[in-house]
Design a protein around this ligand. Structure first.
Ligand code: PMP
Length: 387
């Protein structure tokens, strides 16, 4: 690929050891890990080893780790499981944040149509969660509070510790969608205060189609896909190459995490400062606690599709927000929730850097934006002044 890839929040390229271990798993551990013959036992050994490596990276016990097909399945299992756990009681309300992943918000809509009360915690203009509003919404009829660890569009972090106290004070469970945290922030399930946590391998240089739901010890969460695998918490023959790749990705991320965080934060700072010098540039969540790699901004109100098209033709790939909605023409629900107008929200551009992003790439990206978008911004500013 001969472009600068600044879309790591959408997905990341698999690490070399991930590709290697996935290939090995297909050759060596192709058997069914539930089989009791020798090939099956070889697969089981790989599964046990991989589970330990993923658990070590996520700060959970091996028995708390349920492999899923990714974060969407993990999120869905958490929400439907929490409701099923409290079935027949008054605890049937859900509290989500207004800036959750589109998949989770869509599940909320489906549940609403079935009569479940789903409340959304608002965010402030800088993207941070309104904790006072959260406190008012979290009562003793709530089954689950579900928020992201960090937002995929703006990178703004959520106050999960404070939410854990609020949720537990009301007798509710807390689920954290940590999909964007993994590989970009220190992550420790036990320290987080969460009862349930979702992660996805493809955001940290692992393969797609594999992720995990962490379930706090002692919590008998009903399965979304019943079956005997994963201690009866997720049926279906295990995705062995995916699991092997996930373990390799976690191990690689864990080795260099502290360095990667500092590296990405430095590069993001350089990019942000250079782009802020252009007329009309507004950065979302600039002063909030954010992921080190994410820079969400708008170039005045220049339409993001136009901006992204020009940048891609000049060799720089970014996104207008979540990949799941980027293909659509809807303004970002995240930016609308932060108080942006539809015109402003349709102008958003997200640059998300990776741990392998280089200083040279950032310098080239800055020069590209200045050359390609700079003149448009000058015209835009002149028009705004004339109007
Ligand atoms: N949650 C968040 C915060 C995400 O960014 C994503 C990926 N866009 C998902 C969930 C969905 O993850 P997956 O692709 O593994 O289903």
């Amino acid at each position: 690929m001969n472009c600068i890839y600044f879309d790591h929040n959408a997905t990341t390229a698999p690490h070399a050891t991930v590709v290697q271990e996935m290939g090995d798993a297909l050759q060596i551990a192709w058997a069914n890990p539930s089989s009791t013959h020798a090939p099956g036992l070889a697969a089981r050994r790989l599964l046990v080893d991989a589970r330990a490596r993923v658990a070590a990276f996520l700060g959970c016990q091996v028995a708390e780790l349920v492999f899923t097909s990714g974060a969407t399945e993990a999120n869905t299992t958490a929400v439907l499981g929490a409701l099923a756990l409290h079935a027949g009681t008054v605890r049937q309300r859900l509290v989500l944040s207004a800036v959750e992943h589109p998949g989770l918000l869509a599940l909320g809509q489906t549940l609403r149509a079935r009569g479940v009360v789903v409340d959304l915690i608002p965010v402030r203009p800088d993207g941070t969660l309104d904790l006072a509003a959260a406190a008012a919404l979290i009562g003793d009829d709530v089954a689950l509070v579900s928020v992201m660890g960090a937002n995929n569009e703006t990178g703004v972090r959520m106050p999960t510790g404070a939410l854990a106290r609020l949720a537990h004070g009301a007798g509710a469970l807390l689920h954290v969608d940590a999909t964007q945290l993994a590989g970009k922030a220190a992550l420790h399930f036990h320290d987080s205060g969460a009862d349930l946590m979702s992660v996805s391998a493809h955001k940290l240089h692992g393969p797609k189609g594999i992720g995990a739901l962490l379930v706090r010890k002692g919590l008998a969460l009903p399965a979304l896909l019943p079956g005997r695998q994963e201690r009866h918490r997720r049926g279906g023959t295990e995705n062995m190459p995916g699991i092997a790749g996930f373990a390799a990705a976690c191990e690689a991320a864990g080795r260099t995490l502290a360095h990667d965080i500092a590296h990405m934060a430095g590069l993001r700072h350089t990019l942000q400062q250079a782009l802020l010098a252009l007329p009309g540039v507004v950065v979302y969540g600039a002063h909030a606690e954010r992921l080190p790699n994410t820079l969400c901004l708008r170039f005045g109100t220049l339409d993001s599709e136009q901006v992204l098209g020009k940048l891609e033709r000049a060799g720089l790939v970014a996104s207008s927000g979540a990949a799941c909605t980027a293909a659509g023409t809807q303004p970002s629900h995240v930016l609308l929730a932060m108080g942006a107008t539809p015109l402003q929200a349709k102008a958003s551009v997200r640059f998300s850097l990776g741990r392998d992003t280089t200083v040279a790439e950032v310098q080239r990206a800055i020069a590209t934006v200045q050359r390609v978008i700079g003149p448009l911004l000058q015209d835009h500013a002149a028009q705004a002044q004339a109007a």
